[in-house]
Design a protein around this ligand. Structure first.
Ligand code: FDP
Length: 334
């Protein structure tokens, strides 16, 4: 009989040696806990229409997005679950203007969690795929701990996402490859189904909100035109794939190769405006994709080199197959 697949907690135990020793217990506790919260979120999403959980609460969050009932519920559920672990010194979430400090965690090795509990919320009311994105950073024993989230993406100890699709998938990295798990709904365990994901060197698809073409940097416009121009030898035209939820679009890119892009709005070239948030969207995805052999760029610099100076800072992103992202960067340099 074939061996049963490894569970997330077994895998986390095996990855211990790749994590700085002082942080290994915290990383295992927090990733494991986020997995348990994800199983609860998956159940809630499946029943949301039946429990009057769809739609807006009214009002916008700190980054100006309209807030949905499930955003609020997801935020509260994740916050209390992380608090219970006593391994989380502060949470930097999408739905709060300032970090949520958890001084009861204490200790030099408690970690800072950056997270978007329900990302892609415009898909919620149409039964589309949404996700959870997270990154763990050291608190360095500081109180308040939240400011320790500010820095470059290279300070992330771990990053991951959960995709609530036909199956619930959790993908994470602690800097030693990128690994994917599928939730067994009968047991509530995440089982290793995609060990050591390697992104193809070059893909056949690109994902971008092409309705914004009028506002793109000229290099971005020229690059997408290039992807659409037929040329058998280089595998063009690429096909467009875009779900409107970052997690789903990055997941497809990770497995099949190609590109996911959310470039800045360059309507005012003196002040380009990005949409996606650095700490709990762009930087975690940058680490995950790089650990799978891919690249993540803003078009100008490597995503993991961008230094956050604000909790809800936004950043442009072009991520995916290394050859495709290198080609995009080349168009920005022209
Ligand atoms: P949403 O606004 O629905 O929460 O940052 C959030 C995000 O979704 C990403 O998940 C997604 O990739 C992007 O925004 C979609 O933006 P557009 O609707 O502008 O394409």
């Amino acid at each position: 009989m074939a061996d049963s697949p490894m569970t997330l907690s077994e895998h986390l135990a095996r990855q211990r040696s790749s994590i700085p020793a002082a942080h290994a217990p915290g990383v295992a506790t927090l990733v494991g806990r986020i997995g348990r919260v994800a199983a609860v979120i998956a159940q809630e999403l499946a029943r949301a229409a039946l429990r009057d959980r769809l739609g807006y609460v009214g009002g916008t969050n700190v980054t100006g997005d309209q807030v949905k009932k499930l955003d609020v519920w997801g935020h509260q559920t994740l916050t209390s679950a992380l608090r219970e672990t006593r391994a989380c010194a502060a949470l930097v979430p999408e739905e709060a203007p300032e970090p949520i400090e958890m001084p009861e965690a204490g200790g030099a090795h408690a970690l800072v969690v950056c997270a978007d509990p329900v990302d892609g919320s415009s898909n919620l009311d149409v039964n589309g795929t949404v996700g959870t994105i997270f990154a763990l950073r050291p608190s360095n024993g500081k109180t308040p701990a939240g400011p320790q989230a500010l820095g470059s993406g290279q300070e992330q100890l771990a990053a991951g996402y959960v995709m609530y699709g036909p199956a619930t998938t959790l993908v994470y990295t602690v800097g030693q490859g990128t690994h994917g798990f599928t939730l067994d709904p009968d047991t509530g365990d995440f089982l290793l189904t995609h060990p050591d994901i390697r992104i193809p060197r070059k893909g056949k698809t690109y994902g971008i909100n092409e309705g914004n073409v009028h506002a793109w940097h000229p290099g971005q416009r020229a690059f997408v035109e290039y992807l659409k121009a037929p040329d058998k030898a280089s595998g063009r035209p690429y096909s467009l794939r875009y779900s409107g939820a970052m997690v789903a679009d990055v997941h497809r890119t990770l497995l099949d190769g190609g590109l996911f892009m959310y470039p800045a709005d360059w309507t005012d070239p003196a002040k380009p405006k990005a949409k996606l948030r650095l700490l709990y969207e762009v930087a975690p995805m940058g680490m995950i994709v790089e650990q799978a052999g891919g690249r993540a760029s803003t078009g100008q610099v490597r995503v993991l080199d961008v230094v956050a100076t604000d909790y809800h800072q936004r950043a442009a992103v072009i991520l995916g197959s290394p050859e495709d992202v290198a080609a995009a960067d080349e168009f920005y340099r022209r």
